[in-house]
Write a protein that binds this ligand. Structure first.
Ligand code: HEC
Ligand code: HEC
Length: 202
């Protein structure tokens, strides 16, 4: 009788370890702290307003890192600076644990955007060789789900938000060496198309 129990315990440890090794946060504590965020980021971090990014299902580690950037002012946004100011490191990790564990309600695009999204898919998967733009999927994953802890999930995100961030990277309003040099090479049309494509990935 003992052996199956030990195997089950060992399996549980295996399943639990990768998550805990990345995020030390407490998702239950995060749920309580996340009540303040729902007004903009939606219930469970699934935003219904394209002004506000969805946080649900984001890769563990990314949300805590962005909150720290907003707090320090390295990522400039007056609204989020105010929200992040009172948060401790533990709060950030708890919020990260909560939002990264929420299911992302996947995005969809309208019929009229399908052709543009197809063109964006070629850039996403194959890059833009003429200018040396690396394929987005190399860092954001073939299905846009990101790679923890540094490469964010893009699938299911509002296309308007993704496009706005690409513009911010291009003008260095949002600073990040990798994304600044990639976005610098993209045209407004490519930004729109790739945002439509990846937002609708499942
Ligand atoms: C009043 C509205 C509002 C509230 C409340 C709010 N946010 Fe935000 N949040 C925003 C906006 C707007 C942005 C987009 C900022 C930008 O364009 O850089 C954002 C961006 C973010 C991002 C970056 C997402 C990404 O994909 O890079 C994170 C993380 C975040 N918020 C977490 C939180 C958390 C956690 C809370 C609650 C403690 C919260 N926000 C409360 C408006 C809000
Ligand atoms: C070499 C790796 C790499 C490649 C290639 C790459 N990205 Fe990124 N991307 C990142 C990293 C890292 C971040 C997070 C930046 C941060 O921490 O502020 C990011 C952030 C983003 C964001 C902001 C997401 C958010 O939630 O705010 C968008 C949008 C984005 N990338 C789109 C793209 C597109 C489109 C391409 C292809 C044209 C691409 N990326 C290629 C590494 C990469």
């Amino acid at each position: 009788m003992k052996r199956p129990i030990l195997i089950i315990i060992a399996l549980l440890i295996c399943v639990a370890t990768p998550i805990h090794s990345v995020v030390a946060g407490d998702a239950m504590a995060g749920k309580v702290k996340a009540q303040l965020c729902a007004a903009c980021h939606g219930a469970g971090g699934n935003s219904v307003n394209s002004q506000f990014p969805s946080l649900a299902g984001q890769v563990p580690g990314y949300i805590a890192a962005q909150l720290a950037l907003f707090k320090s002012g390295s990522r400039a946004n007056p609204v989020m600076a105010g929200m992040a100011a009172p948060l401790s490191q533990t709060d950030m990790q708890d919020l990260d644990a909560y939002f990264s564990a929420q299911p992302s309600i996947l995005g969809s695009i309208s019929e009229s955007d399908v052709t543009a999204a197809e063109s964006g898919g070629r850039l996403y998967r194959g890059g833009f060789k003429a200018l040396g733009v690396a394929p987005c999927m190399g860092c954001h994953g073939p299905a846009g789900r990101g790679i923890p802890p540094k490469y964010p999930r893009l699938a299911g995100q509002h296309p308007e938000y993704l496009e706005q961030q690409l513009r911010a990277f291009k003008t260095k309003t949002r600073e990040h060496s990798m994304m600044n040099s990639i976005a610098f090479l993209l045209t407004p049309q490519q930004m729109r198309e790739v945002s439509l494509y990846v937002s609708a990935l499942k």
